[in-house]
Design a protein around this ligand. Structure first.
Ligand SMILES: [Zn+2]
Length: 347
């Protein structure tokens, strides 16, 4: 059973979402658009997302470019590039509502016009192999952040696990991976450590001086998953001025057995706030059910991994935080103020 939200807190949450920046730091949007375009769909954001984005008062979304296992290695680079062009073409009809953010002018223009901004980042860099020159190409196309791996091992780093088998693996970065981290910092791209293992985390922190973020990871002491961060890691990220986006995947939040999604999301947030204050946590819900429905593989039963039905339910998490006693100013930072400030600083 999940929390029941009182109307009073729901209304207060809706007001906060209307009047403050709201950010979702992780959605596999570009990949879903490509999958749907290849199946013949058009206007994917408009048809599947826009109404709920508006209900959430969304200001900024970080879209991953996530390359699925089946594309690797040969089709990885083509798939990543096609995801960018798929997103661009889907945005072409939405210029009055949703725009790609590549620099501070784009950011400020979107802010002043009340548009939803989308920032692109690479979730895993399998598609570049160990060829660092491709980073500048992706930068030119608007990519403003990256993680080295999506769970699985590649030429840059060991991920957090043998992907899909969920078998944890140790080991840090390769020489090429260390070079990529230095290049990303030089480009002022954000470095995402979600999906990296503990050895990799330590190496990234040793190699960098700027803030490092986790776009979609929770607290390991609230729910023990190697995709989540230890208290020591949370403190290190915060000391550096980094950010943690709270992941809304039931398997990572730890709500998959009891269905207590709002309660578990609040517990992760409250734990991080208790450790490092409210300036280093935000939303990075990683809602992936819609992506799953877009995949062409035959599914005999629909599986759901999301704590929230869609983006409009971001308001419920906010209401739950308020109902459990989080002060409104802290909640305002968490729903987007923190990530908004951070992203404005890097573009
Ligand atoms: Zn992910």
């Amino acid at each position: 059973m999940d929390m029941k939200i009182d109307d009073q807190f729901r209304r207060q949450a809706e007001q906060l979402h209307c009047g403050s920046p709201v950010v979702d730091a992780h959605l596999d949007l570009a990949g879903e658009i490509l999958l749907r375009q290849e199946a013949g769909e058009k206007d994917i954001i408009a048809r599947h997302y826009l109404e709920n984005f508006k209900k959430a008062g969304l200001s900024l979304l970080i879209s991953s470019i996530y390359v699925d296992d089946v594309m690797l290695p040969e089709k990885g680079l083509r798939n990543a590039l096609n995801q960018i062009s798929a997103l661009q073409s889907d945005l072409a009809g939405l210029a009055d509502e949703v725009v790609l953010i590549k620099n501070s002018t784009d950011f400020e223009s979107a802010r002043d016009k009340g548009l939803i901004g989308i920032l692109l980042y690479m979730e895993g860099l399998d598609c570049i192999g160990d060829d660092l020159r491709l980073l500048s190409t992706f930068y030119e196309l608007g990519v403003r952040g990256a993680s080295l791996t999506w769970s699985r091992r590649n030429q840059l780093a060991n991920g957090c696990c043998r992907a899909r088998e969920h078998i944890q693996i140790p080991g840090g970065l390769s020489a090429a991976g260390r070079s990529v981290i230095r290049e990303l910092e030089r480009y002022a791209c954000f470095i995402d450590i979600s999906h990296l293992n503990d050895d990799g985390f330590d190496e990234v922190m040793a190699l960098t001086t700027k803030p490092v973020i986790a776009t979609h990871s929770n607290a390991r002491s609230v729910y023990d998953s190697y995709r989540n961060l230890t208290d020591a890691q949370i403190k290190k990220l915060a000391e550096r001025g980094g950010m943690i986006g709270i992941n809304g995947c039931t398997l990572i939040a730890g709500s998959h057995k009891q269905g207590n999604h709002l309660e578990m999301l609040c517990k992760h947030i409250e734990h991080i706030v208790q450790l490092v204050g409210s300036d280093h946590v935000g939303y990075g819900f990683d809602l992936c059910d819609s992506y799953g429905r877009a995949e062409p593989r035959l599914q005999f039963e629909a599986t759901s991994f999301d704590c929230l039905a869609d983006h409009s339910e971001m308001v419920l998490v906010t209401a739950a935080l308020l109902q459990r006693g989080m002060p409104a100013e802290a909640v305002r930072s968490i729903i987007g103020g923190n990530f908004y400030r951070y992203i404005h600083g890097i573009v």
